[in-house]
Design a protein around this ligand. Structure first.
Ligand code: PNS
Length: 172
């Protein structure tokens, strides 16, 4: 069985991530979405909320494929998570050339740390090339609507979290 890990922050998962996941399931039998717990970062969604929103979002967006997807939190090195999960492949998405340099560096470093593990890249659909989790966070924090950028249950969750944060100062 071909198992891959798709690591990331997923704060929150976007339709760009979902698109990469869908493409990866055309190649791998099972894909583990591995959600990074990074003590140095203060995410908008805590790790439990990110895991829950990936499960619900994938269920909504990819109902026929969701049974081949696992979602797990992880901390530490991605290659160690790969070894623990029995995955020989790391899935990453590329939106534009600007993603390439950092991804190339990470792929080479991961391969140096674990020569038996390869990174496989999927191009995100053009329509999601502009989309990022950080822009989604910014949009909801300023009261914008993230519909069409993230699955519906994820939109509701980030909107609720943003509403509970300090209200933005509006220009009068
Ligand atoms: O969604 P992101 O934030 O671009 O994902 C980055 C991620 C989680 C893939 C990367 O930061 C990572 O792999 N972190 C785990 C620590 C690690 O393995 N570092 C060495 C990578 S070369």
């Amino acid at each position: 069985m071909r198992v891959a890990i798709y690591p990331g922050s997923f704060d929150p998962i976007t339709f760009g991530h979902v698109d990469v996941l869908r493409r990866s399931l055309g190649v791998f039998d099972r894909v583990v979405v591995a959600v990074l717990v990074n003590p140095k970062k203060a995410p908008m969604l805590d790790v439990d909320a990110r895991v829950a929103s990936i499960i619900s979002g994938v269920g909504e967006a990819l109902p026929d494929l969701a049974d081949r997807v696992d979602v797990r939190p992880f901390s530490g090195l991605t290659v160690d998570a790969c070894r623990e999960l029995g995955a020989r492949y790391i899935v990453r998405g590329l939106r534009a050339v600007s993603d390439f340099e950092a991804e190339l560096q990470m792929a080479h470093m991961n391969h140096r740390l674990a020569p038996g593990i390869d990174t496989v890249f999927f191009m995100t659909a053009l329509e999601y090339g502009y989309l990022s989790s950080s822009l989604v966070r910014e949009i909801v924090r300023f009261g914008g609507d993230p519909a069409g950028m993230v699955p519906p249950s994820v939109a509701a969750r980030v909107a609720a979290v943003a509403a509970a944060e300090v209200a933005p100062v509006r220009v009068r």
